[in-house]
Design a protein around this ligand. Structure first.
Ligand code: NAP
Length: 290
């Protein structure tokens, strides 16, 4: 529908932002939901984050998604943050209430858990191995611990960063069974092979460096495991290929991307978003990139 005097604005801020897949995914959903809203991508320089949030407040935007490098910097400009933002120190969604208050949420971990659930899996009572200790690994490790995993092992090339994530999880969730291992070696192998759910939160295998060895050897994977990769380009990464060969069940990264966006849209609209339409739009936009 053509913008008119009733059209409301929502969008994403980041720097750079031109590669964002969110406008394609969110506008497809808005069309299907019949909402007279437009979702735009805003390139916001790091020193302009406060101005951008003030602008959103003043113009009455429905809300914003927030991506790299602004996820931590936006927080001081918000009126309220939820428990996930409090624990993780990063927000990816801002919701404007009818009274004009700005609330910060982080939908990454919940998006990942919904993606697992749509494949029929959960982390409740299960041993989880998280590979990586960057921004996404923090959200995922925290969400798994919060959602009742029996243990979480954090495995990273730089072990000091894994220690930091483990400390955060221990300090902000009731889970005590949180361990750390360097990526290479016996401890990592035992943690990965012994896990029920293995989640790759590294960028290893991401296009254009997609023809590499998986972040953990395929021999460490086994039948009956769930192996998830956050990387979504390509959809079937080298790790998921190895998982398939090992007889494990795989979960690709596109589902998390769709669901974290769907949860944001649910916050903004109060309605159930059309997840399949969002997925089709995302896959279409990804395909058009190559
Ligand atoms: P990040 O903060 O930069 O962290 C990158 C992680 O990858 C670090 O743990 C790093 O280890 C590790 N790593 C990088 N290259 C490596 C290599 N050659 N060998 C071993 N480890 C390596 O990145 P992020 O934001 O967490 O994102 C990670 C991946 O998740 C990306 O592919 C991103 O696209 C994807 N992602 C997907 C979604 C989704 O919705 N599906 C959401 C967020 C992120 P060191 O600490 O040792 O450097």
């Amino acid at each position: 529908m053509m913008p008119d005097t009733q059209t409301r604005l929502v969008g994403v801020i980041g720097w750079p932002i031109e590669h964002s897949l969110s406008p394609a995914m969110q506008n497809a959903a808005l069309r299907e939901m019949g909402l007279n809203w437009t979702y735009l991508a805003f390139a916001v320089e790091p020193e302009r984050v406060g101005d951008a949030v003030a602008g959103a407040r003043g113009l009455g935007l429905v809300g914003l998604n927030v991506t790299i490098p602004h996820k931590a910097a936006v927080i001081e400009h918000l009126d309220e943050i939820d428990e996930s933002v409090e624990a993780l120190g990063v927000a990816n969604t801002i919701v404007r209430t009818p009274e004009g208050r700005l609330l910060g949420h982080n939908t990454d971990g919940a998006g990942f858990l919904r993606s697992l659930a749509e494949h029929g899996h959960s982390v409740g009572g299960r041993a989880v191995a998280v590979i990586g200790a960057g921004g996404s690994a923090r959200s995922i490790a925290w969400a798994c611990a919060r959602d009742g995993a029996s243990s979480v092992a954090i495995i990273n090339r730089t072990v000091e960063k894994a220690e930091e994530v483990a400390d955060l999880v221990r300090a902000t969730t009731p889970l005590a069974a949180v361990s750390v291992a360097p990526l290479e070696g016996r401890e990592a192998q035992e943690a990965v092979s012994g896990a029920d759910v293995v989640i790759d939160c590294t960028s290893v295998g991401m296009y254009p460096k997609h023809e590499v060895a998986p972040v953990v050897p395929g021999e460490w994977l086994r039948e009956g495991q769930v192996v998830a990769d956050l990387t979504y380009n390509p959809i079937e990464t080298v790790l998921l290929q190895a998982a398939r060969r090992a007889g494990a069940q795989s979960v690709d990264g596109a589902g998390m991307l769709v669901h974290q966006g769907a949860i944001s849209l649910q916050y903004w609209s109060g309605q159930e978003p059309p997840v399949e339409t969002m997925r089709a739009a995302l896959l279409g936009a990804l395909g058009a990139r190559k």
